[in-house]
Write a protein that binds this ligand. Structure first.
Ligand code: IMP
Length: 546
């Protein structure tokens, strides 16, 4: 302490006289005797705010070639991500990874449904001929969810456009009525070569439901749907392929030979990103699989993993991975560290792998153990490009499975993919289609009814094919959280506020600030964690957002 009191106007000069800023740089935190540890073992120090939280961009790179407006991914688990979750995740600016604890055909159907949910130009529209009947339209409505259908002379794309059938045309008509009696023949069309923006403008102006695009001789080339324009307006953050404007979709596979056939179906359905789902990714099976995928489908992004060390990461990066999934034993349903004695505290793992992978431009995904918004912010500060969540998203309306009551609470099943329940279901549904997989509620039954999983051991856990199955996860339930959409909005807004507190406007700014040592960290003691939580109250209600 100086012997005389300084003038307040000298505060900044005095600050500059300190040899280092308050707190620790991330590399110093890592080098400290107790290391980084878990997300709850450290905090970030606040920075300077001169902007609104709403100005903060959460845009981030999740693989070499894919960036999203939010860093949120849903886990490939059979109680977390199927069609509805994947669509909602993408609409809200994240991405869902469809699980592979199901037959390849049904996984591919889920991917196709996500890809068809929103479109720019629909380049493979369903068409019918004038000789088809109303029942054919109703059947398409039932199976695919739409009934605005172009009628061509061949019943296919490329045929001469003769008319359009919409919901109103078939309402109240007997199912046997031929479509030439009900179709609209005065159709507004746009010429081939029209830009997406021009075509969307035309659709907005003419108030029609569909805009067929035709060539000079009137042959159907593609289609534009008004419903896609509306989704555009409602979900401005949506994760879309820049060319097709379809929602991004990811799906998980294993590393067995049969997974190559599974992947062919997924790619045919429009898959953008494949996740190689293994609890320990540093294996010759995975390395061979990455090389094969990169050679066979050069445009498909490959997320490899899971890894927690530089050494594991190096093998997968060298094989061609476009991103790495980081985490071993940090998941809420996970008993890997307890049973296998192998794993790593998640914050240390994310830092170690991100620091190394970043040198090669390979993003990392912090997978497991995300329990609140603060954990998301910390994962990004440690270098992650995205977070992958299971339990936080389970129990929402969009998660698979039925609600049931447990101890007076409305809940849904949430289980580890390495739980005996999940493993047994894979085995039982491969040996006898139609039997319950043994899960406590609707999830198991629903999955088993989908039919056999062709490749019983989908190989996330190496012990699956052994005589004795060793569980690495548990099965439980989580409370009803309502729709995932408001919850994702909350996560996004919460992250913006967190970054505002750090004084940072974007993920790249955060990355630069951490790298230069300008963003500062502080180790937490056990008492520090207690102090940082709610304490000293007789009772309280924890409402997270409104
Ligand atoms: P959570 O978000 O903490 O619930 O963790 C979800 C993550 O846990 C998933 O994305 C997987 O990486 C991992 N996981 C899923 N099932 C199991 C399991 O049975 N044992 C261990 N880890 C699992």
């Amino acid at each position: 302490m100086p012997s005389t009191t300084l003038s307040p106007s000298d505060a900044l000069t005095e600050l500059a006289s300190y040899s280092s800023p308050d707190g620790l740089s991330l590399s110093d935190l890592h080098a400290s005797p107790s290391g980084i540890g878990t997300y709850d073992d450290f905090l970030l120090l606040p920075g300077h705010i001169n902007f609104q939280a709403t100005e903060v961009s959460t845009r981030t790179q999740i693989t070499r070639n894919v960036s999203l407006n939010t860093p949120f991914m849903s886990s490939p688990m059979d109680t977390v991500t199927e069609t509805e979750m994947a669509i909602s995740m993408a609409l809200m600016g994240g991405i869902g990874v469809v699980h592979h604890n199901q037959p390849a055909a049904s996984q591919a159907a889920m991917v196709r449904a996500v890809k068809r949910h929103e479109n720019g130009f629909i380049t493979s529209p369903v068409c019918l001929t004038p000789a088809h009947v109303v029942a054919n339209v109703l059947d398409i409505k039932e199976r695919l969810g739409f009934c605005g259908i172009p009628i061509t002379d061949t019943g296919e794309l490329g045929g001469k456009l003769l008319g359009l059938v919409t919901r109103r045309d078939v309402q109240f008509r007997p199912p046997t009525t031929p479509l030439h009696e009900v179709m609209t023949t005065e159709v507004v069309t746009a010429p081939e070569g029209v830009t997406l923006a021009e075509a969307q403008h035309l659709l907005r102006e003419n108030k029609k439901g569909k805009l067929p695009i035709v060539d000079a001789s009137g042959r159907l080339k593609s289609l534009l749907a008004r419903s896609d324009l509306l989704k555009n307006q409602t979900y401005p953050m949506a994760s879309k392929h820049p060319q097709t404007k379809q929602l991004f979709c990811a799906a998980a596979i294993g590393t067995r030979p049969a997974d190559k056939d599974r992947l062919a179906l997924l790619v045919d359905a429009g898959l953008d990103i494949v996740v190689l789902d293994s609890s320990q990714g540093n294996s010759s099976f995975q390395i061979e699989m990455i090389k094969w995928i990169k050679a066979t489908y050069p445009k498909l992004e490959v997320i490899a993993g899971n890894v927690v060390t530089r050494e594991q990461a190096a093998n997968l990066i060298a094989a061609g991975a476009d991103a790495l999934r980081v985490g071993m034993g940090s998941g809420s349903i996970c008993i890997t560290q307890e049973v296998m004695a192998v794993g790593r505290p998640q914050a240390t793992a994310v830092y170690a792998v991100a620091e190394f992978a970043g040198r090669f431009g390979v993003p990392v995904i912090a997978d497991g153990g995300i329990g609140n918004v603060g954990h998301v912010a910390k994962a990004l500060a440690l270098g992650a490009g995205a977070v992958m969540m299971g339990s936080l998203l389970a129990g929402t309306t969009e998660a698979p499975g039925e609600y049931f009551w447990h101890d007076g609470k409305r809940v849904k099943t949430y289980r580890g993919m390495g739980s005996l329940e999940a493993m047994e279901q894979r085995a039982s549904s491969s040996s006898s289609a139609g039997k319950s997989g043994g899960a406590a509620n609707g999830v198991g039954v629903k999955q088993a009814l989908k039919g056999p999983v062709e490749n019983a051991a989908t190989s996330r856990y190496f012990s699956e094919s052994s005589a004795v199955k060793v569980a690495q996860g548990v099965s439980g339930d989580v409370q009803d959280k309502g729709s995932v959409k408001p919850f994702l909005q909350y996560l996004h807004a919460g992250l913006q506020h967190s970054m505002q507190d750090m004084g940072l406007r974007s993920v790249p700014e955060l990355r630069r600030g951490v790298g230069s040592g300008q963003v500062r960290f502080e180790k937490r003691t056990v008492n520090g964690v207690v102090e940082g939580g709610v304490h000293g109250l007789n009772s309280f209600t924890k409402r997270l957002f409104a």
